[in-house]
Design a protein around this ligand. Structure first.
Ligand SMILES: [Zn+2]
Length: 332
């Protein structure tokens, strides 16, 4: 039998790869993400971050955030998330090495290791403080029971008893970035975002339109704390879980009695980042019935498969845009 000789990887190849990796890390640590993004879209300072119009999807109000300390950009509109190299690859349509080369050759703003270290420490402190505030607001809120939270949910056709991590509270919607003071308290549903161990590390506040829980959709949702990687768990972890886009969708699906616990990662694009306990083997993505929703779900399915999970998807009836629409049509 004939065997073809495979070219073995030499020590020189390995050295070259390690050296390239080191240079990439060095470049990512020294070149400011805001400098890279700033060439494609105008950025404005927003607290410790920058924000601007997303270069990856058309929009009129800025939802693209850049954090230099973390070295990434994130779009709350289309879910784009990545570092300097990914940004250049996708903006300029080139490969990894080419993107690295372009960044290395260009004259971009940089910072020293000391500056970066300090910014990273400040950023970490900032994150920990936000988590602490989120926990405080979550603890200060109460079970939905007969609060205005109940009226809000009933107005959306949700009649089941909300699980413990959906609460009602009087919480502020904004904080003065200069003085650190919080605005006045307003009624809201307070949803706990839980990390891999189930601990609350963030919240999503759903404020009612004009503070009236009976009013229709388009209520303001604001996050606080560590949302990426967390999920609102509407049920305990099981081998098969359902992931839904938002709390209303999640509660609507739960009410239909799907036979699996529903988790809400606060956005389809964040589904693959959720810290899953090892017991979870399969994720059913509850899609929304529009093009953007389907694209986001398809991307999430690929990323979840890459993590070794079995993935399936479910969609509301053709005539409904999302699961809450479907529920309300059913219960109307
Ligand atoms: Zn975007």
């Amino acid at each position: 039998m004939h065997r073809t000789e495979r070219r073995s990887i030499s020590a020189a190849d390995l050295n070259y790869a390690a050296e390239f990796r080191r240079r990439v890390d060095e470049l990512k640590a020294s070149v400011l993400m805001s400098g890279v993004v700033g060439r494609a879209t105008a950025l404005k300072r927003s607290g410790r971050e920058y924000k601007g119009l997303c270069p990856f999807h058309g929009e009129n109000s800025p939802s693209f955030f850049v954090n230099d300390a973390k070295g990434f950009g994130h779009c709350f509109g289309c879910g784009w998330h990545g570092d300097q190299i990914k940004f250049v690859m996708e903006r300029e349509g080139c490969g990894f090495r080419e993107a690295y080369q372009r960044l290395a050759n260009d004259d971009l703003p940089t910072w020293s290791p000391a500056e970066r270290q300090k910014a990273a420490a400040e950023d970490r402190l900032d994150d920990l403080e936000k988590e602490e505030w989120a926990r405080k607001f979550f603890k200060a809120s109460a079970p939905v029971a007969e609060t205005p939270g109940r009226i809000y949910l009933r107005a959306r056709g949700v009649t089941i008893e909300p699980p413990p991590f959906v609460r009602f509270g009087m919480v502020p919607s904004w904080r003065d970035k200069e003085t650190g003071e919080w605005g006045r308290n307003r009624p809201a549903l307070v949803c706990g975002a839980q990390d891999g161990t189930g601990a609350v590390v963030g919240i999503q506040r759903i404020f009612f339109k004009n503070d009236d829980p009976a009013l229709g959709k388009k209520d303001c949702k604001l996050s606080l704390g560590s949302i990426r990687g967390s999920a609102l768990r509407l049920g305990e972890a099981e081998p098969v879980i359902i992931m839904a886009e938002g709390p209303e969708d999640g509660l609507s699906i739960m009410q239909e009695g799907p036979g699996h616990p529903v988790w809400v990662p606060f956005g389809t694009s964040m589904m693959p980042s959720v810290q899953l306990p090892p017991i979870v083997r399969k994720v059913i993505i509850a899609e929304q019935n529009n093009t953007a929703g389907r694209i986001a779900a398809a991307k999430a399915a690929i990323a979840l498969s890459d993590l070794g999970l079995e993935v399936a998807s479910a969609r509301p009836g053709d005539q409904f845009d999302d699961w809450n629409d479907q529920l309300r049509a059913v219960t109307a």
